[in-house]
Design a protein around this ligand. Structure first.
Ligand code: TRP
Length: 383
């Protein structure tokens, strides 16, 4: 029954092949994001974000229902988050936020971004709480730099905003017993007692509005919102709808982790061009052949190539161009060096924009005095 915890649990995701993603759909009881849903969405939005088009967000809960309700005039809001630790954000961490930003742009709705500074500390994935709090603010700035609307986006750090959240957490915590929490998350006897309570804290923001919460996140986050769905209506709120992504690969190869604590595996948001290029050339696993001669003769394999992976997930938005790269690589016309050079350039184009915007970001607007932020510092949970 609990077999999925071998693939995913509260501490770790262990995807080894594409099949594991199909298994997760079954274990979690979620649905695939298929062309019907994408077409319905595109009918409203005009186009589709590359992360949807390439189906990196591949599963959902009730997103079809949300779209139907939207067409009938019902509103929704966006919610996602990032647990800070003692390391910088890397390109994989951007994924849920980029899709969230796109939804905000298309639907002009409110966005809530939780920065749970207690989560990693309680998980014992970080040891110095004071340090985490500093990183929390840095992460908030990075996230805000993705272009969210400062009057419709509220970014909050749990330890600061807890006074407003606590009443809702009291209600939520009473509804979830330890047995359920264990079977959904796979806590063990060494888990701290903070973690089961944290479940309540991650659910609370789904009650910030009496509209449908739409949550773009990694599929590992789904268990929180499965529990939310069991209790939301009791309090007079809506069940959360989730859009769930796969995990990105680290530089070491297919299905390896991009880990912020291993700079050889990750490209950070604040890396400069030379660093990006160096890491790609030195560490990015390649599907190319051992020698140029062999490569020209037999061609490369894009499906195990980390540079190609990143182009296809996010950095090459042009479908035709991606197809051309794929074909030329398979034919051996495009070399590994050329593919890496191109990938480094595309990633830099993307990150340099974010770095530029970050220099001038006014984070106070998102956290304290933008329109939504001001409203939220007055917010109180009511059932
Ligand atoms: N638990 C998430 C993490 O480990 C952070 C998070 C908080 C989150 N609230 C969320 C993620 C809502 C998705 C949706 O990074």
């Amino acid at each position: 029954m609990n077999e999925y915890k071998d693939i995913i649990n509260i501490y770790d995701a262990n995807i080894k092949e594409e099949k594991d993603y199909e298994k997760l759909i079954k274990f979690f009881g979620v649905k695939e994001i298929d062309d019907i849903i994408l077409n319905n969405l595109k009918y409203i939005t005009g186009d589709l974000h590359v992360l949807l088009r390439r189906k990196f967000f591949y599963a959902h809960r009730d997103f079809d229902i949300l779209l139907n309700k939207y067409n009938e005039g019902k509103r929704f809001f966006l919610y996602t988050g990032r647990a800070p630790s003692k390391s910088k954000m890397h390109i994989g961490h951007l994924i849920p936020f980029l899709l969230t930003k796109w939804f905000q742009e298309k639907f002009n709705v409110n966005v809530y971004i939780q920065i749970p500074d207690e989560e990693k500390y309680w998980e014992k994935k970080a040891d110095n709480y004071e340090e985490i709090r500093e990183y929390a603010l840095e992460d908030a700035k990075t996230i805000a730099s993705l272009g969210f609307d400062p009057d419709k986006t509220f970014i909050f750090i749990d330890s600061e905003y807890i006074k407003n959240m606590y009443k809702a957490a009291i209600y939520v915590a009473r509804e979830i017993n330890l047995n359920t929490a264990k079977s959904v998350f796979g806590f063990d006897d060494n888990s701290t007692i903070g973690l089961p309570f944290y479940i309540a804290l991650q659910i609370v923001p789904t009650f910030f509005e009496r509209n449908i919460p739409l949550i773009p996140c990694g599929i590992d986050q789904d268990p929180y919102f499965r529990l939310q769905r069991d209790i939301a209506e009791k309090f007079g709120y809506y069940k959360a709808s989730t859009i769930l992504s796969k995990f990105v690969w680290g530089l070491q190869g297919p299905y390896t982790k991009m880990s912020a604590s291993d700079p050889k595996s990750a490209i950070f948001i604040d890396d400069d061009y030379d660093t990006i290029r160096y890491k790609i050339f030195k560490y990015a696993f390649s599907g190319g052949r051992g020698t140029l001669e062999e490569h020209r003769k037999y061609g490369g394999n894009p499906d195990i190539d980390v540079s190609y992976f990143w182009l296809s997930v996010l950095f090459e938005e042009d479908d035709n161009k991606l197809k051309e790269i794929r074909e030329k690589y398979i034919m051996g016309e495009l070399t590994t060096g050329e593919l890496k050079e191109y990938t480094a350039k595309k990633i830099w184009e993307f990150l340099s924009n974010i770095q530029e915007r970050r220099k001038n970001i006014n984070i106070d607007k998102f956290m304290y005095d933008g329109r939504l932020a001001r409203e939220m510092w007055e917010w109180e949970f009511r059932i």
